[in-house]
Design a protein. Sequence first.
Length: 406
Amino acid sequence: MGERRRTDFKRKNRAYFHAYFRFCGTVRRMAYRRETALLLCRVEREMRILVVRLSAIGDVAVTANAVYSLRESLPDAKIDWAVEEEASSLVSGFNFVNDIILIPRRRYSNYLVRNPFRLLRLPTTMLRFLHHIRRNYDVVLDFQGNFRSGLLTLLSGAKKRIGFSAGRVYEASHIFYTTKVRLPHSPINRVEKMFRLLNEIGVKKEPIMRPVPFEFSPNDKAAVERFLYEQRAFNKKLLVVHPGASKFGEFKRWSIANYAALCYHLANDPDALIVITWSGEELLSAIELVKLSRNNKTIIAPRFETIRQLAYLLKRSSLVIGGDTGPLHIAALFETPSIALFGPKDPIVYRPWNKNCRVVRGDVPCSPCRKRRCSEKKCMEAITVEMVLDAVKNMLENASPVGSVR
């Protein structure tokens, strides 16, 4: 008899626990739906959204597709973008962004290095910055996922701060978010990953490969058109080659000798004009490439004043060739045909979001990998000049010359 009572008691307790957990789950789902509904209702009074993607140039270009879809879904919302100085010129070309919140990290760093005593002014500087960043935002979307961007979401004062869950961010930035988005274990492209954040505010759109609207100033167009005119590039196939990579991504770089051999063979096309783009300290490498290419059709691009001028050149190009770097992701904004050379990185995740992009990679068992540094670079050495030339031949069959409308 006592054994039966104990069994009945356990069954009742188990039933109570199951009912309690079902009740908690229902409450969470109702709260989520209510919060989402309230956010959508705020669109009537101009919903305020802050997008956080501070750097780098290629990552900012990748984020543009998701922000453009956000604008299409919420046409009356006020969408601001927080970005650092390096990529601010690129964001200024997105006409679907209302305002740019400039984060002058580099300026503050140089400011303090040159005169450490200016640290005494840091409290006043921080108060000004807080006044600048706090604009009664309803939602903050952190597409970056590191400590700087996470802290920025907190300083914005927004009640709903959306980012990726632990394990998908760097430097424990998830501690700053009120809503943490989980991602599948299988690899997905970064653009698809960013669209998962949009789902949390009721934007149910599937990412598609398409051009993103971009505005160029008359000065930007004039600078590039002047360069093309001086080089007599009209009615020619403009092939842009970007051999450089950031210091952080040096292990993703194809050798200068290979790029020079590639340009030597590309110059055999009588209608080809090969332009080598560069930035900062990459000029010396660009000069070396031109010397090794041994032809007069390979030239060095001028120093562009803004990223928008580089973007306009990429838009006017017939083909863009380079590694996993910013210019290829900028070219994807305009669906410019491109060839991406991939070594250590997984092309499923990092390839440009461009239907006119072809990925070339070597067959190496250790690729892809998660290393940040590699002395051997077998994966990049496995990419031969012949492999890239075959890809160029296929891509140039339908390429548009400079001066025509693509």
